[in-house]
Ligand binder design. Structure first.
Ligand code: AMP
Ligand code: MG
Length: 348
């Protein structure tokens, strides 16, 4: 991520970056705040600074509220309180938590369980393993694995309840929450009359209508961050989302093997191959969850999944050890003048 070094916790940047040539009434503003373990960046075009500040503050407010709902670090979050009722009766939950869990279950079904938010107990074990540079012991892994499986999470849309069937189950929304929060931030901006905006939460990017006199937002995707051979792709995007899943930022080497923060819920193992999966979809929630799912499924089955989602496209970059391999499906071609243009954002 290309983060400005002056960004600090709680600090908001408001940077008017000049007046767009063919739409002189709109100026570009950029704001950043840390949420959900990453930096959320909002780039927007507004008639004046007051409107930009007002809209972005409301959008960040929404992101903060969602973080409070979905965080697995905050023991008081609605998600963690729900997990506290594991093995108990169904619990009535908020509309937004229900929506994210419902979408998670949908993607779990579609991906044959490759995407699975019940992966929490395994995530905890692997987090500790990465911190201590020591693999989880097989017994703990087997125990955690018994608590994982999307069929152990029951949702009832009429009563708006969720039920975790086994004691000790933990939900983890790390693979879908940022995309959802970015979607919701765009909804808030639109409610404030600002549709021309981009929200970037690490590798999860949601784009509204294009900047004035531009075809779309310029976004670079899918670098494996290997020195010379790394293929970097630039795309132009509007009214859609792109998410990249990979281990560029979160991984650890244990015994010479590189372990990712993405876990195969069927085996309990952290992914080890180096890959970068970028998915474009109509919204951030879909793109975020699909990118995580495809990372687990691998190239062939991942591609099948993407083909089954109308309007979705894929760029799968993999370092095989012998070189870099790419698979793509309906991924947009790079804009012609890509070398000369500045990036609006990076999804990687
Ligand atoms: P992402 O960066 O969007 O691919 O999400 C990775 C995060 O999602 C991890 O840090 C975990 O919190 C969580 N996660 C890991 N494996 C899975 C999985 N198979 N399904 C759903 N979430 C996962
Ligand atoms: Mg994801």
């Amino acid at each position: 991520m290309n983060l400005k070094p002056i960004i600090a916790a709680g600090l908001v940047l408001a940077v008017p970056l000049g007046v767009a040539s063919r739409a002189p009434q709109l100026s570009r503003f950029e704001f950043s705040e840390p949420h959900m373990g990453t930096i959320f960046r909002i780039v927007l075009y507004a008639p004046d600074e007051a409107a930009a500040l007002d809209a972005s503050a409301a959008a960040f407010g929404r992101i903060t509220a969602l973080d409070d709902t979905m965080s697995d670090y905050n023991p008081q979050s609605e998600l963690m309180l729900l997990c506290g009722h594991a093995a108990g009766p169904p619990v009535v939950i908020s509309r937004e938590l229900f929506r994210v869990l419902e979408k998670s279950q949908e993607v779990a079904e579609k991906s044959s369980g490759a995407f699975d938010v019940t992966v929490g107990p395994l995530v905890q074990l692997w987090r500790r393993a990465r911190r201590q540079h020591e693999l989880p012991d097989p017994e703990s892994l087997a125990r955690a694995l018994r608590l994982v499986g999307h069929e152990k999470l029951r949702l009832n849309s009429r009563a708006r309840t969720a039920q975790l069937l086994k004691p000790g189950m933990q939900l983890d929304l790390g693979g879908i929450g940022k995309g959802y929060a970015a979607d919701e931030a765009l909804v808030v901006l639109k409610r404030h009359g600002i549709g021309c905006a981009l929200i970037a939460a690490g590798g999860d990017i949601v784009a509204g209508s294009p900047p004035p006199s531009k075809a779309g937002w310029r976004i670079s995707v899918a670098s494996l961050e290997t020195p010379e051979k790394s293929p970097t792709r630039f795309i132009s995007l509007h009214d859609a989302a792109v998410s990249t899943s990979g281990d560029a930022e979160q991984h650890a080497r244990i015994g010479g093997v590189r372990y990712s923060h993405i876990i195969n819920p069927k085996t309990g193992a952290a992914l080890t191959g180096r890959s970068s999966v970028s998915v474009i979809a109509s919204d951030g929630t879909t793109a975020d969850s699909l990118a995580t799912a495809v990372s687990v499924l691998g190239r062939e089955r991942g591609l099948d999944l993407i083909k089954s989602v109308p309007g979705a496209s894929l760029l799968f970059v993999q370092d095989t050890g012998q070189g870099v391999n790419m698979v793509e499906w309906q991924f947009p071609p790079a804009p012609a003048s890509r070398q000369l243009e500045l990036e609006d954002s990076k999804s990687r």
